[in-house]
Design a protein around this ligand. Structure first.
Ligand SMILES: [Zn+2]
Length: 325
């Protein structure tokens, strides 16, 4: 049932149908799924509901069997910028119908039922939403969290590339000092002060290595992007065997690498990584009610057509306002 999203080449993939559902209205018994998938669906709904305690009302779910699947030629290039521009639940639905589910497993029953504070503390988005695996059901909150995550990384990348960017970077990440026991070895179980990088919305990203504490914010921001990407890619990318190339002169041969992922989300983060490595330009949407970062193709100044039209309308209204004075 897994898909293999190709990352280093184009190939055909088989996509199972996906649909948007309102969780309260969902009757597992009536679903067009095999018995095993129904069982997984039931547990998924139950565990996500428990983990997100009533915060979730819509979800994407598998909507059919293999015979209902369709094929598409998958090309990873541009996937991330499409994902980063998803705004409404409707947009998310359209994207998931086109490319499939993200591939994040639901929390386990032991985790959501545990009374231990240490395990209860794992019920937070950055841990719950990052567990690659087979899924038949994904709350919209999970999607929205990753869309935001990609947008935050794009904003930080955009800030890094601006000249005199320190101020812009501090709008996106901040450095905070925490006291605690951070050593991993038994002998350094002492309370120390260490610096952490946070998104300015509060979420902690990472503990700065000691040799980074004195470095300029620009380098800290680059390091942060690298580590965030690493955390999203690890466990998500596979290496496969591609073409064999023989080298007659030495009687040796070479096995070309093929990269692929079973999880759509890892393919999205991989494309984000490639976007950075290829020094693609990121712009901030000119519609002042939007301001989303997007990867520019051509001379576009807005993240999508709706924003272009909205910005045009706002300009017209402002002009009319001026004329009426
Ligand atoms: Zn926009």
């Amino acid at each position: 049932m897994y898909n293999y999203y190709p990352l280093s080449h184009n190939s055909k993939i088989n996509l199972y149908p996906v649909e948007l559902v309102e969780i309260d209205q969902l009757r597992v018994e009536e679903q067009n799924l095999g018995p095993a998938s129904k069982e997984i669906l039931k547990t998924s709904i139950h565990n996500w509901n428990k983990a997100l305690v009533g915060r979730t009302s819509f979800a994407l779910k598998l909507a059919g069997l293999e015979e209902d699947s369709h094929q598409m030629v998958f090309n990873n290039d541009g996937l991330m910028s499409e994902f980063a521009c998803l705004k409404t639940i409707k947009d998310i639905e359209t994207f998931s119908k086109k490319y499939g589910l993200l591939g994040i497993m639901p929390p386990d029953s032991e985790q959501v039922n545990s009374q231990f504070p240490l395990i209860k503390a794992t019920l937070q988005p950055s841990l719950l939403f990052n567990n690659y695996g087979f899924s038949v059901f994904e709350p919209v909150e999970l999607w929205q969290w990753h869309i935001k995550q990609v947008q935050k990384i794009l904003r930080l990348y955009h800030a890094i590339r601006k000249a005199s960017s320190d101020e812009l970077i501090y709008e996106i990440v901040e450095i905070k000092m925490h006291s605690g026991m951070f050593g991993s070895l038994a002998e350094d179980r002492a309370i120390t002060n260490r610096y952490f990088v946070h998104w300015t919305d509060g979420e902690e990203i990472l503990m700065l290595p000691e040799d980074f504490e004195e470095k300029p914010i620009l380098e800290i921001a680059q390091y942060t992007i690298a580590r965030v990407l690493e955390s999203h890619i690890s466990g998500g990318i596979n290496l496969g065997v591609g073409d064999l190339i023989s080298k007659p002169s030495t009687k040796g041969f070479m096995i070309k690498e093929k990269r692929y992922s079973r999880y759509l989300l890892a393919a999205i983060y991989y494309d984000l990584w490639q976007t950075i490595n290829n020094s693609k330009n990121v712009y901030i949407c000119k519609n002042k009610d939007c301001r989303l970062p997007f990867v520019r193709s051509g001379r576009r100044e807005h993240c999508n057509d709706a924003c272009r039209q909205a910005a045009y309308r706002i300009r017209l209204e402002e002009k009319e306002g001026e004329n009426n004075i």
